[in-house]
Design a protein around this ligand. Sequence first.
Ligand code: 3H9
Length: 682
Amino acid sequence: MVLISPVQGQVKQGVYVITLDNPPVNAISISVRRGLISAVNDFEQSNAQVAVLVGSNGTFIAGADIHEFARTSDGPVLLDVVRVIENCKKPIVAALQGAVLGGGLEVALACDARIAHVDTVIGLPEVSLGIIPGAGGTQLLPRRIGISRAIDIICGAQRLSAEEAKHLRLVDSVVCSDILVAANLFARNIEHKSSVRDELVPNEDPALIDQAINRYTKLGRCRPAIAKAIDLIQAAARLPIEEGLVLESAAFLELRKSQEAQALRHLFFAEKTCRKPPQTKEVAPIPINTVCVIGAGTMGTGIAICLLDAEFSVMLLEQDKEALDKGEERIFSHYQKQVETGKLSPVEASKCLSHLLCSLNWEELAKADLVIEAVYEDMLVKQDVFKKIDQFANPNAILATNTSYLSVDKIALATTRPKRVIGLHFFSPANVMKLLEIVNAKQTCLETLHAVIAFGNRLNKYPVVTKDSFGFIGNRIYNAYRTQCEFMLEDGAWPEEVDAALVDFGMAMGPFTVADLSGLDIAWRMRKTQRKNQETRYVDILDTLCELGRFGRKTSAGYYDYTNGKKQANTSELVRQIIENASQRRRIKRRTLNSKHIQNRALLSMVNEAALLMREGVAQRASDIDVVFVHGYGFPRWQGGPVFWARQQDRQQLQSDIAGLAEHGGNSFVLADISILFESSP
Ligand code: 3H9
């Protein structure tokens, strides 16, 4: 078998054109590195005086091949390629389009000039993979744009437009026309080699550098890649380039093996995987252009905004005029704020709003390809609404419920078209949160499932498919986690200790801060509907708080007392008394629980529930569970998610620690065999 190199060189009208073709994104794999070195050598031997380096597939280079990071790499490394380009005796012009990311930008910076199509996206996002630029990025970028901007771009994993990059002198010219034609013309006028590596880091006000460092120092405490990048970028000003490059290479190789890097790589692929529809037979696509959202409350309006942002035609439907007016007002003020804060131009905001229709007339429903119900979380209410939707909606329309717990199967039975009914569980605020749980109910057909996965992708969300089961993936695991945290209150911890331990682990917020923020009354209402088993360990602290009218932050009192315009959470002596009483009733001798103990119990409860969900087939893949927790529940990205965390532990020890949870959980605890989390792939 003859292997064709992904890099080809050819003289065209006097210019040596090096074309990189490694679909889908021209990632720099070992064969690309070999091919690039060979093409540059070939160019040096040729009669052509200038070369253009261009990528196929509408893109330049999206970086080093991430698949290779888990393996020991064969030479040559990317820095060797960069050196060959820099040392080439004749100039090379980089023709940029699509993604110019990571190693792609490092290759481009090694070239003598850069011309970019206006749609190019440029950046060094390596820290989002737990690594640093490893082929000169930390040394070349500050030489061209200064330390403070380099810190922002590298540590913030910023992605620049072609125009922004031109402003920073990272590209020489921006064009709207065919990039290869433009680069060929541009190349003909290049006479000399001009290398970024020979430049000196520009002088800068030290205060600006300090400010840039301060912006990332806190993050750098739990993110080694960010801390290292700051050091290396500063070193660029002190050290000769070759010394800086040696330090950079060593740091890159070290970080590549780190747990943070492994976690972030795992999520990179998990996020791509969840976006793909099931690989079954071909299905006929159901186009979705017009969406009707029923219910103009906080959730309904959040969903409407996220649809408008993605340029869908949106109808917001209500039965109640006052509620509709309020919802409409909320949407308008959202876009007004976007304009005031410079996030959208007035033209962009009006364009979004021009696709919105607010109505009380249910006959409008007939125009929708997809109807999303976002009304009160109550089975009877939802079934009534679905009967009505079924009556008015187009017979081919997909009907979705935004329930967060209730059975989609049961809701579907209220309609005459259960195969077109599905769950779309948005997370609040729906226009911000990236997670979308798709509840594939028993009768949902494949066409409907495929259509809503495509819909989720168009919203730029992570559409994780789950089976219909109480709480789906996210809330089911969150319930187990929160319940374990409640047990810890009775066992001896205070809310602030549990919250602090979990924030220390990296959770965006502790469970009691979250509960106060989302309102304790919602959980209280839900608990009342669930039958309590006498054998089950049930912590009634939340019920007592609600009986006292302590519904959380909105009432200035919940697990905490709130002062300073509800911003400041303070320990409540009354809550401590309520907790102590609860321990006494259960005859528990309170003891101090340290941070590690709290973190472990909380994580073990998540892992146990994750294994149960996999065994029951509620989650399709273990990696989906991690996507759900990172994007819906504030699990720290650099810890990879509960399943990734579990896979880093000793399996037998983990299983026995989980068995130990039963001691705290009483009869309600269902012990899972966690092997499924280790054996399933991804
Ligand atoms: C680096 O460069 C280190 C160097 O400094 C030093 C080295 C020494 N490798 O996102 P999409 C795949 S680190 C391998 O759905 P989009 C992706 O898995 C790298 N594969 O498309 C998917 O495959 P599949 C720094 C990659 O249009 C397919 O491409 N670079 C890579 O929404 C399509 O991806 C980055 O961090 C890669 N580097 O977005 C850039 N990139 O179809 C990361 C993508 O099998 N990538 N794939 O699932 C991105 O940001 C986006 O993928 C991109 C395209 C904007 C390029």
